[in-house]
Design a protein. Structure first.
Length: 317
């Protein structure tokens, strides 16, 4: 590839995805911009299957595909490794079992440059092999350019890194990297990235296809998820308390609700056999959960029950 500033780096961690990696790469190559304008950075996370043999065949015929190899560090480590070598002005984190819609890059890139954005968010479909695509409903009040505080207040994005393009220099300047060694890293990353953005926008177009498959690690219970979600809650709480001066603002309350949600997810994975005990929850600075006006009625009831008795709450999750 020519040595010039690329507009976009698409970072794809690869681990045990031989069944789906070709679909992902095909979608990234079926776009309406010149190949010289973007690169696809494939991060081999020491995958033990045939995924990289498939990638190599694509690389032979597509000069905008680069491969980075690393010792196995998981999704966070692979994304960070891709970000470290990325050459694009913007980056997009795409999971290798997912895929994007054809001919969307032109509009996305036109939008980020037109509005000089730090972050551009967009909509997604849930894709299941049995039923196909289903639109995911994102609640939003505006598609105008906002600062991070306004965005947190007016747009309810799902906690997924792949529904956004990020200016690379913005991530680096704010030390926005993925916390390594944990699951649910997107939940810890995305609220911080959105809040810290000076110029961020939501575009109501369906760009990303999230493949929801049976047996996915995100759908199963585990002691590790129990521990990791507490790490996410701790990190988000520290961020909210440290960054938000106005403790009555909508943005602060919504960040605190993300803390409460991570706490509830951790409890959902609690089965008594891990190194986390109920006293660990009670010792958290954010427990009991403070009920606030930005919670839904269902969430208010859920957190009231959690505050009343963790043991009682566990009988209902």
């Amino acid at each position: 590839m020519k040595c010039k500033m690329l507009k976009l780096s698409i970072i794809i961690p690869v681990y045990n995805v031989e069944r789906w990696i070709d679909r992902c790469l095909d979608s990234l190559l079926s776009q309406d911009v010149e190949r010289s304008e973007y690169e696809i950075v494939v991060v081999d996370d020491e995958t033990p299957d045939n995924s990289m043999s498939i990638v190599e065949k694509y690389r032979e015929n597509n000069e905008n595909i680069r491969v980075v190899t690393q010792k196995n560090k998981g999704l966070s480590g692979a994304r960070n490794a891709g970000l470290e070598v990325a050459k694009g002005e913007y980056v997009w984190f795409v999971d290798s079992d997912d895929f994007i819609e054809p001919n969307v890059l032109s509009r996305l890139l036109e939008t980020v440059y037109k509005f000089n954005l730090d972050v551009l968010c967009f909509n997604l479909n849930i894709y299941k092999e049995e039923t196909g695509k289903e639109k995911y409903p994102i609640s939003f009040e505006t598609e105008e350019v906002l600062d991070g505080v306004g965005f947190i207040e007016k747009v309810d994005m799902p906690p997924a890194a792949w529904v956004a393009l990020y200016r690379r220099e913005f991530l680096e300047a704010n030390s926005l990297f993925f916390k390594e060694g944990i699951l649910h890293e997107d939940q810890e990353f995305t609220p911080r990235a959105y809040y810290l953005a000076s110029r961020i926008k939501f575009e109501n177009i369906f760009v990303y296809n999230y493949f929801q498959r049976e047996g996915s690690i995100m759908k199963s219970k585990s002691a590790k998820k129990c521990r990791d979600l507490l790490i996410v809650a701790d990190s988000l709480n520290d961020f909210a308390e440290g960054r938000c001066a106005d403790k009555k603002s909508v943005a602060y309350l919504k960040l605190k609700n993300k803390v409460a949600f991570a706490l509830s997810q951790s409890l959902k994975n609690y089965e008594g056999q891990s190194d986390v005990c109920l006293d660990d929850y009670k010792a958290r600075a954010y427990y009991p959960v403070k009920i606030n006006s930005q919670m839904s009625r269902i969430d208010k009831v859920k957190y009231m029950l959690m505050n009343l008795s963790l043991k009682l709450y566990l009988k209902f999750v």
